[in-house]
Ligand binder design. Structure first.
Ligand SMILES: *Cc1c(COP(=O)(O)O)cnc(C)c1O
Length: 340
């Protein structure tokens, strides 16, 4: 029980905690919430999740605030998004109230794993749903398992809040034009592994995907959305093949609060020449500043950060969002759920 973790040096890995929570959909209804100490599940060998990829997930975080309270960031938005993902691949949607109750319960049960304020670490919450009934023909499952595991994760920026380089590679698409890109589906990640691996081996932190139809516009940055600052405006792609990031949604609101105009529209690759700042945004990092964008096929290099530092607007947005999550800044939009 008195195990002490080295919070500030945790990686984005998996550390066992005390409990996970589970709920089964069977005979047309969701059952009771179960708290489990097992790290395994027992599923049928013909489950649709295993054969036809009926798997969706979410990712959110709980933080220990300055006042010692535990806050979960934008719980309801994640609950709403997993419903969209479920509908997208014909799975059973989890009611918002059930999702929220289970997140609160699993955080409470594992409260000792919520890292201390000031460590830069947080408790990562991973809800997932899988189709569990035996099916050999291609059709949706009739039964589902929704479960939530949590694991403490260390600070994203171990070497400080610094820009990294990313690349454009036309050799790979992550998703199809009218495919599953707008849903948080495990299969999208499988489709991105090879490109990601190649980019990492070439020294890039991520792949900046282009729209899969025309390859003219910026889509998103691996498992994160993309935004840029251009002439004082916050610009971010409008696309039907990207995942609607809740971090991006929040940063857009904070930008507006700061009097910054927000444009959501197609961003042609050539426009990268004229931006002053850029970042990849998502729950893991909030905003990860981009230094240079290298177009592997054309050899063109877009130098976003001229001095090698994160830009001032990116930095201000990052600090503001982190401040809200940690209870340092007033939560004027009601984004946090305090775990009582
Ligand atoms: C989860 C995810 C994001 C980031 O979403 P957040 O809600 O901000 O964490 C962005 N792109 C993809 C493809 C994702 O799966």
């Amino acid at each position: 029980m008195t195990q002490e973790l080295d919070w500030a040096n945790l990686s984005f890995g998996y550390i066992p905690t005390d409990y996970n929570v589970r709920c089964y959909f069977k005979d047309g209804k969701w059952g009771e919430i179960e708290a489990s100490q097992s790290e395994s599940i027992n599923i049928h060998i013909a489950a649709t999740a295993l054969h036809y990829g009926q798997e969706i997930f979410e990712g959110l975080k709980a933080f220990r605030g300055k006042d010692g309270k535990v806050r979960v960031f934008r719980l309801e938005e994640n609950a709403k998004r997993i419903i969209e993902s479920a509908k997208g691949i014909m799975m059973e949607p989890i009611p918002v109230e059930l999702f929220c109750e289970m997140v609160k319960k699993v955080v409470k049960l594992n409260e000792r794993f919520v890292p201390p304020y000031g460590s830069g670490a947080s408790l990562y919450i991973r809800p997932l749903e899988i189709g569990t009934s035996a099916q050999v023909g291609v059709k949706p499952s009739e039964e589902y398992l929704f479960l939530i595991l949590v694991t403490p994760v260390g600070p994203y920026f171990k070497g400080g809040f610094r820009p990294t380089n990313i690349c454009i590679m036309r050799e790979f698409d992550r998703v199809a034009p009218k495919g599953t890109g707008r849903w948080k589906v495990g299969g999208n990640y499988a489709a991105s592994l090879e490109a990601g691996h190649k980019a990492h081996s070439m020294g890039y932190s991520a792949v900046l995907y282009l729209d899969p139809k025309e390859k003219k516009y910026i889509d998103e940055c691996g498992p994160a959305n993309f935004f840029a600052i251009k002439d004082g405006k916050y610009i971010t792609p409008a696309s039907e093949s990207i995942l609607p990031s809740i971090t991006n949604m929040s940063l857009k609101q904070l930008a507006r609060d700061m009097g910054i105009e927000v444009e959501e529209r197609h961003i042609p690759i050539e426009e990268l020449e004229f931006i002053q700042e850029a970042a990849a945004c998502g729950t893991a990092a909030v905003a990860s500043p981009i230094g240079e964008i290298h177009d592997i096929d054309s050899g063109k290099k877009y130098i976003v950060s001229k001095d090698g530092n994160p830009g001032p607007i990116t930095t201000a947005l990052y600090n503001k969002l982190r401040g809200i999550q940690l209870g340092e800044e007033e939560d004027i939009h009601g984004w946090n759920t305090v775990i009582e």
